[in-house]
Ligand binder design. Structure first.
Ligand code: ADP
Ligand code: ASP
Ligand code: MG
Length: 451
């Protein structure tokens, strides 16, 4: 099989002219790179999400539109003029105003998707032009013609059969001749409406495209030289990881390590595509390889932190030694499309956290109708302002003394809802948001810094 690399560049990697230029060096350095997946320029998606929420004061709307124009035109100004590119970016800015006006009167998940997609639509026009000016024969492809999804706006599920068909018939032949530049994060449903894969979804897009074209390598270029033992912004003593297994890295992504969208590794695992994570600013510094098996499987691998957690506790004496209670609870949750993340049970109560990784972000809420239905069955208590800390490792349950080590380091903190056992690779618990970073620092110090 011929080598084919799909390279994804995140928001900070395409934040401005200098950052974009670093990406072009990475692409030039590897002739196997035939498909390039780009995020919106740094900060752009946040601005678009703000507009999409509606009810934005007119002054603020204008300020956002000016800021969006500045971000994109300050890059274009440093490139040789190409009227068609400037016109395309201007037209997308007009679309932003139109969608923002629509969101202002009646915001919806569908308008949100069309609005937030504009970030990636603009950055890819500019980046393709930059590559062409540097002598790379690049072409921009609208990923909405390739990456097909269902119509769940804000967190669409890819249609793998349709996506593979379009990737094989459109992308594969094109990338034999040119470097294809396309958008991360966005797709379209079978009626052609724009959809998104949830915040941070460009990593997932790149993995889906890599799977669909049967790439041999997927590269995720970001602002840190690889995956660290924890977010280096939280614990500056965090250490880089050279090689990690798919299962460990998936757990990290799933439990909040922002470096990878939670679903990124699923397509890579299906197709067994090795994934490299590195810094577009310092590509020579190396990075992390994620593979089916890593040579070294340490007891403690990494810590992840995910905030904005919502914990729901359901209490009923009817649960005591009864059967069918949980089935009823989950029926109600399923009926209202509430996705559950963690779960713990006691004799008369069950606590669970709600899953939310959609484009609007924020803490997930239990829909009113679901709360009403559950209240007929039991007492419902909802708590927010919590973060989930996950310790990722290998065979922690088989190592005597590890629990004492972990919880000993946390004696000064309140821990809620401790979960362990379902996976060999992780132990997780909730903490109050205001203590969460200190919890990560304390645990990191005990497990990863003390030698
Ligand atoms: P991009 O815009 O390139 O997708 P993100 O901001 O989504 O970048 O992800 C990169 C960030 O992820 C880093 O700047 C870092 O703060 C954060 N991060 C969280 N956990 C980790 C980790 N374990 N290792 C490295 N970075 C991490
Ligand atoms: N631009 C989108 C976001 O900020 C997708 C991504 O960057 O991965 O969430
Ligand atoms: Mg990201």
């Amino acid at each position: 099989m011929n080598a084919l690399t799909v390279a994804k560049f995140g928001g900070t990697s395409v934040a401005d002219y200098a950052a974009m230029t670093n990406c072009t060096s990475v692409i030039k350095g590897n002739p196997d790179t035939r498909i390039v997946v780009i995020s919106a320029c740094s900060g752009v998606t946040n601005l678009l999400v703000e507009l999409a929420k509606g009810n934005v004061a007119l002054d603020r709307q204008k300020a956002i539109l000016t800021q969006l124009a500045d971000i994109h035109f300050s890059i274009l100004e440093q490139l040789p003029e190409k009227p068609s590119v400037a016109a395309a970016v201007n037209q997308i800015l007009v679309d932003v105003s139109t969608f923002a006006a629509a969101a202002d009167t009646s915001p919806s998940d569908k308008i949100t998707d069309s609005l937030v997609a504009c970030g990636e639509l603009m950055s890819t026009h500019i980046f393709t032009h930059l590559l062409n000016t540097q002598g790379i024969d690049a072409v921009r492809v609208d990923v909405r013609d390739i990456l097909k999804t269902d119509d769940v706006h804000g967190k669409a599920t890819p249609d793998l059969v349709e996506t593979s068909h379009h990737a094989q018939t459109i992308l594969r032949p094109l990338c034999d001749e040119k470097v294809v530049v396309t958008q991360g994060f966005i797709g379209s449903d079978l009626n052609g409406n724009t959809t998104t894969l949830g915040r941070g979804g460009s990593d997932y897009s790149a993995a889906l495209l890599a799977e669909a074209v049967q790439a041999t390598t997927l590269e995720i270029w970001t602002d840190v030289p690889g995956i660290y033992s924890t977010d280096p912004r939280v614990a500056p003593a965090a250490k880089p990881i050279d090689e990690i297994s798919f299962s460990e890295a998936s757990e990290m992504a799933n439990f909040g390590a922002k470096i990878l969208h939670p679903a990124t590794l699923i397509p890579a695992m299906r197709q067994d595509i090795p994934v490299f994570v590195g810094s577009s600013k310092a590509p020579k510094q190396g990075g992390t390889w994620i593979r089916r098996e890593a040579e070294y499987s340490p007891l403690f691998r990494a810590l992840a932190l995910r905030c904005n957690q919502t914990m729901v506790t359901l209490t009923s004496l009817n649960m005591f030694h009864a059967y069918g209670f949980l089935a009823e609870v989950f029926n109600i949750l399923a009926k209202h499309k509430v996705s559950v993340d963690l779960i713990t049970t006691s004799e008369v109560s069950v606590s669970l956290t709600l899953d939310q990784t959609n484009t609007k972000g924020g803490a997930p809420t239990l829909p009113d109708a679901a709360e009403k239905a559950l209240s007929k069955l039991c007492r419902v208590t909802i708590e927010q302002d919590m973060c989930l800390v996950a310790l990722i490792g290998n065979h922690m349950g088989e190592s005597r003394g590890s629990a004492a080590k972990i919880f000993g380091a946390l004696e000064d903190f309140n821990l809620r809802m401790i979960c362990y056992g379902a996976s060999n690779h992780n132990l997780c618990f909730l903490t109050n948001t205001n203590e969460s970073k200190d919890v990560v620092k304390a645990l990191h110090k005990e497990l990863f810094e003390a030698i």
